[in-house]
Design a protein around this ligand. Structure first.
Ligand SMILES: [Zn+2]
Ligand SMILES: [Zn+2]
Length: 421
């Protein structure tokens, strides 16, 4: 049984209480009754109210239950096996900083036998990512975990600053999201890891469940509730599968508790939001969720469980029709279409027609074909579905950028850790 399924009477808390009781010496009675004692050890004054359960806890007991629940999530879901090399997706924010700290702590405490590395994506956002990457570099030194930083500029020839200059602030999250998922995979391949852990917490997942329900997007609902996945894409034309596994050890960990943990542990993290347009729809889902949580603290975990139950019934009712997987004919990245979504977006950018990359993929493909006709170019095979070699009708700029990605995709001359950090 997953202990996180029942936060109010979680077995991990019981285990924690027993362990702490033994540690503190249950036999020793305090001389005077303590005012507001910790609900678990009873021997120290409580200094916080646990957001997930409402328990009043001392600092040490909070650390213990917080860490033990994550350990139980990892063990119950068999996320890793001994000898696995795991990349921790690190942004310098609170979630991934706490994740790096706790992964190292649990790996040492329970002897998981994992080889941990930090993987950061540099989107090229001045005043935001450059500062947060400095935090990740400090974390690398503090936790003694090697770090690889991969940048959009190197991978795609465009930084987010360049893209925003070109397309303005509307829709830039589309580019960033598509590029980041692929960049993480490419970084993982460079690091020779087959598993990335990310700091997505219970609040993030509950928000995504809500958004997918509100949009009626059941296939995505299924993906967002899985603790471990191997798909990467938000491509509306199909699911893009990657060989790299992704998992969320914080699936049942409340955001408020992550903030509390970082605060009491005095962890070094970066706390500014991205300076480019925030996702307005997610913002509404977040506010709605916080309002519900204020009335009932189990709301977050309840929504995740509803998402899990819904996606299970969707799966049972659906003839599981997965798209046939192949690779992008241009960059070699795994894709269910001839061109992956990143290459579609890049084509729009490199043609000076960035709007070509935004919207539903089938619509985009049609627009590309029309644009090619208007420019007097023959429609490339990769867009029209014909069999002309890729690159026909493509401009010099495209070929240059594309070759660069293709080379990376072929995994030749991979940079070593030392040469990149
Ligand atoms: Zn205590
Ligand atoms: Zn591609």
């Amino acid at each position: 049984m997953d202990p996180s399924n029942q936060p109010a009477s979680s077995p991990s808390v019981t285990v924690g209480a027993a362990a702490i009781g033994a540690r503190a010496g249950t036999g020793a009675k305090p001389a005077k009754p303590l005012r507001n004692p910790c609900n678990l050890c009873q021997s120290v004054r409580a200094i916080l109210k646990r957001p997930k359960t409402g328990q009043q806890l001392c600092k040490e007991c909070f650390f213990h239950v917080f860490e033990t629940e994550i350990h139980n999530t990892i063990v119950d879901n068999k996320l890793f096996k001994r000898g696995d090399r795991i990349a921790i997706g690190a942004s310098g924010g609170k979630d991934s900083t706490v994740l790096a700290y706790v992964m190292k702590l649990l790996n040492d405490r329970y002897d998981y036998g994992l080889d941990l590395v930090l993987l950061s994506i540099d989107e090229g956002i001045t005043g935001y990512r450059d500062d947060s990457l400095e935090t990740v570099k400090r974390n690398r030194d503090q936790y003694q975990i090697p770090l690889l930083i991969v940048s959009y500029k190197d991978l795609y020839g465009w930084s987010m600053d360049d893209i925003v200059k070109e397309i303005g602030r509307k829709n830039n999250c589309t580019f960033c999201g598509v590029f980041r998922r692929q960049a993480l995979d490419r970084g993982a391949i460079m690091l020779n890891v087959d598993h990335i852990v990310t700091g997505h917490n219970a609040d993030d997942i509950a928000e995504t469940v809500l958004m997918n329900i509100l949009r009626g997007d059941l296939p995505r609902l299924q993906r967002c509730t899985s603790i471990i996945t191997n798909d990467t894409s938000e491509d509306s034309s199909g699911i893009e599968t990657s060989k790299i596994l992704r998992s969320k050890p914080f699936k049942y960990t409340y955001e408020k508790e992550i903030v509390m943990y970082a605060y009491f542990k005095k962890l070094d993290y970066f706390s500014t939001e991205c300076i480019y347009s925030p996702n307005a729809y997610r913002g509404h889902a977040r506010i709605f969720l916080k309002d519900l949580e204020a009335v009932r603290r189990t709301t977050i975990v309840d929504i995740i469980h509803s998402g899990e139950a819904l996606s299970a019934s969707v799966q049972a009712n659906e003839s599981t029709k997965l798209p046939t997987m192949s690779t992008c004919t241009r960059c070699g990245y795994i894709s269910s279409n001839e061109l992956c979504k990143a290459c579609l977006l890049l084509e729009g950018l490199n043609k000076g027609l960035p709007q070509l990359g935004i919207g539903h993929t089938t619509k985009i493909r049609r627009m590309h074909e029309q644009a090619n006709l208007a420019l007097g170019l023959s429609s490339p095979a990769s867009l029209s579905g014909g069999s002309t070699p890729v690159g026909d009708g493509a401009s010099d700029v495209e070929v240059k950028v594309v070759t660069h990605i293709k080379d990376l995709g072929r995994l030749k001359n991979m940079p070593t850790l030392d040469s990149v950090c």
